[in-house]
Design a protein around this ligand. Structure first.
Ligand code: C2E
Ligand code: CA
Ligand code: CA
Ligand code: CA
Length: 277
């Protein structure tokens, strides 16, 4: 079929309208998602690269809407951030995650819990006290908690505020990890001022490792070592990837090889014995 330039423009704008409509519907339905019980959490293990022993679980949000079906967080989190709804949703995530942790693992567990935190949440006044208040509610140690924040914190205007909040959380024993490391094209000029415990290398570098991506992973590990912090690789699906990442010196691994996100704290599905490093 031959199309005129105008026809293409029309087609394009129709798709754009549909996209805007879906965006609007999601924004509307998001406001009711928590009270209507449509959200739940999934937990995915992170292991030590040396021996595949359990280190922590990452908390991942899931949304099933009766009309829209399962909506991916890749789609709805940015919208929730846009309309500010992420703050209320984030409170649901924190409360439910700590409650499930306390029930299933118990207060004395040494397994850590990693929460994804949007920039939008981090800059709400009183954020540090908000987190500490929930730890107190469940009688959990600050050492149980990891906050994953993305590289966008380096591009934000209010750098000083962000550094202050992260410092006060870090002082209590909460770890901060940089998520999606390597994807943000951010200026890392203030990395040394941030109380960071680990860089989490994005799964896009892990999944189809070629020479270039391998160089980025090696570079990330070098940066991390210079700053005295650990590294995490996410999206590890094969034994070959795990081997290579371990050889490069990555500290922790996460991915379907070790366990998919599950509604409970499921056990790690692979053991290092059969790998023979
Ligand atoms: P993320 O934090 O980078 O999470 C990693 C994503 O990779 C998750 O997608 C996870 O399910 C997926 N994944 C883990 N292992 C593998 C693997 O081996 N192979 C493949 N192909 N994928 C793997 P998910 O659960 O769809 O979450 C997408 C994004 O949504 C997250 O990316 C995070 O940025 C955001 N998100 C999820 N839950 C929350 C939340 O509670 N709060 C905030 N602010 N953001 C969240
Ligand atoms: Ca994450
Ligand atoms: Ca990531
Ligand atoms: Ca991501």
């Amino acid at each position: 079929i031959k199309r005129t330039g105008r026809g293409n423009t029309l087609l394009f704008s129709k798709e754009l309208v549909e996209e805007k409509e879906r965006h609007l519907i999601i924004a509307q339905r998001l406001k009711h998602a928590v009270p209507a019980n449509e959200m739940h959490l999934a937990f995915q293990p992170l292991v030590h690269a040396d021996d595949f022993s359990l280190h922590s679980y990452e908390v991942l949000l899931r949304w099933d809407n009766p009309i829209l079906g399962r909506v991916s967080p890749e789609e709805f989190i940015p919208i929730a951030e846009d309309i500010g709804e992420i703050v209320r949703i984030g409170e649901y995530v924190l409360d439910t995650a700590l409650s499930t942790y306390t029930e299933e693992l118990g207060r004395d567990s040494h397994v850590k819990l990693a929460l994804n935190i949007s920039l939008r949440q981090l800059v709400v006044p009183g954020f540090a006290d908000f987190i500490l208040g929930y730890l107190e509610k469940y009688g959990l140690s600050a050492r149980s908690l990891i906050l994953e924040v993305t590289e966008t914190i380096f591009d934000a205007r209010n750098q000083n505020q962000i550094i202050a909040v992260l410092n006060s959380l870090h002082a209590k024993g909460i770890e901060v990890h940089i998520d999606d490391f390597g994807t943000g094209y951010s200026s890392l000029s203030r990395l040394h001022e941030m109380p960071i415990s680990a860089l989490k290398i994005d799964k896009s570098f892990v999944q189809q490792i070629d020479d270039q991506r391998c160089a980025i992973i090696e570079g990330s590990v070098m940066i991390a070592e210079r700053f005295g912090v650990h590294t995490v690789a996410e999206g590890v699906e094969t034994v070959e990837q795990a081997r290579l990442l371990h050889a490069i010196g990555v500290t922790y691994l996460q991915g379907y090889l070790f366990g998919k996100p599950k509604p409970h704290f499921a056990e790690v599905t692979v053991h290092s014995d059969f790998l023979l490093w």
